[in-house]
Design a binder for this molecule. Structure first.
Ligand SMILES: NC(=O)c1ccc[n+]([C@@H]2O[C@H](COP(=O)([O-])OP(=O)(O)OC[C@H]3O[C@@H](n4cnc5c(N)ncnc54)[C@H](OP(=O)(O)O)[C@@H]3O)[C@@H](O)[C@H]2O)c1
Length: 273
């Protein structure tokens, strides 16, 4: 057999030519906004690490995208060791993380008049997952992140204003902007941009569960509460997960290079600043 003398380009050369597929880590890719983002980017020239607690669901998404360019890792944001292991597994599969999408979060009601042990545990759990674990994940990803990297936190319009019974969730989402602003300063000399994308009501399991809890607390139907919430927005409909994903794709690209330390609202006009 004649041996080929054609030399394949090295990683460094591919990088210089901007051809190496960027490595995107999506937390919470097992459903909702994270899954829509993974599927959208999976159709483009990216390598993807998909992380959350549900390995089988993640694996299904990875297999649909193609296991050459997507893999699943189990990660619980409430468990530091599992965050460390997930980032290590991601880097060993596709190299340093270029784009960290911190999307995973939990929503739970934390009403003021509930001072039970369980209510306090819920408060701590929401802050632990949505803020503490989310920061540790972003922090780890930036240790080896190449120039022109991105950290994108998924916040919420509840990081812009408050609402009854959502104190832990709202506090955790407000805090993300503080994180992003500090990180944006610190990472700018490495050409890494850090932003928070704040969705309004997006049609996912989290939104449906939250609206159901609100309906229960108010003694109203799900349809009534949904209509009230959507009725306050100039764009009177639920946002689709793909609409958030498409904006994340824009921020990852060259159009996002001059945007950092910002909270950007995809809220159907519920927030106007
Ligand atoms: N839907 C909305 O109306 C809305 C509005 C504003 C902001 N957001 C934000 O958008 C993001 C995505 O929400 P979504 O609506 O797509 O919610 P979702 O459908 O409930 O999905 C949440 C994702 O987070 C993962 N997750 C939850 N707890 C986790 C943990 N401890 N460790 C690792 N992963 C965990 C879940 O996967 P596993 O269960 O497999 O772990 C799932 O993949 C969140 O940051 C949310 O706060 C949503």
């Amino acid at each position: 057999m004649v041996k080929s003398t054609v030399k394949l380009p090295t990683n460094a050369l591919l990088e210089a030519l901007n051809l190496r597929p960027k490595h995107v880590f999506v937390s919470g890719a097992s459903r909702g906004i994270g899954e829509a983002t993974a599927r959208l980017l999976g159709d483009k020239n990216f390598n993807l690490t998909l992380a959350s607690r549900s390995y089988n669901r993640l694996l299904g998404v990875a297999m649909d995208i193609g296991t050459q360019k997507a893999h699943a890792v189990t990660m619980d944001l409430a468990d530091e060791n599992s965050i460390d292991a997930a980032v290590a597994a991601a880097e060993s599969r596709f190299g340093p993380i270029d784009i960290m999408i911190c999307n995973a979060a939990v929503h739970a009601e934390t009403p003021l008049d509930d001072v039970s042990v369980e209510a306090r545990q819920t408060f701590r759990r929401v802050i632990d997952v949505n803020l503490v674990g989310t920061f540790f994940l972003a922090q780890l990803a930036t240790q080896h992140m190449p120039s022109h990297g991105r950290v994108l936190f998924i916040g919420s319009t509840l990081g812009r204003f408050g609402a009854p019974r959502t104190h832990a969730y709202s506090a955790s989402k407000h805090a993300l902007l503080g994180l992003a602003r500090g990180m944006a300063h610190e990472l700018s000399r490495r050409n890494i941009r850090v932003n928070v994308v704040n969705p309004g009501w997006v049609d996912t399991r989290m939104a449906r569960d939250a609206l159901q809890s609100m309906a229960q607390a108010a003694g109203e139907t799900l349809q009534q509460v949904t209509a009230q919430q959507i009725g306050q927005q100039p764009v009177r409909r639920m946002i689709k997960p793909i609409e958030v994903a498409a904006y994340l794709e824009f921020l990852i690209g060259p159009g996002g290079d001059a945007i950092t330390g910002q909270g950007i609202d995809i809220s159907g006009g519920a927030v106007m600043v």
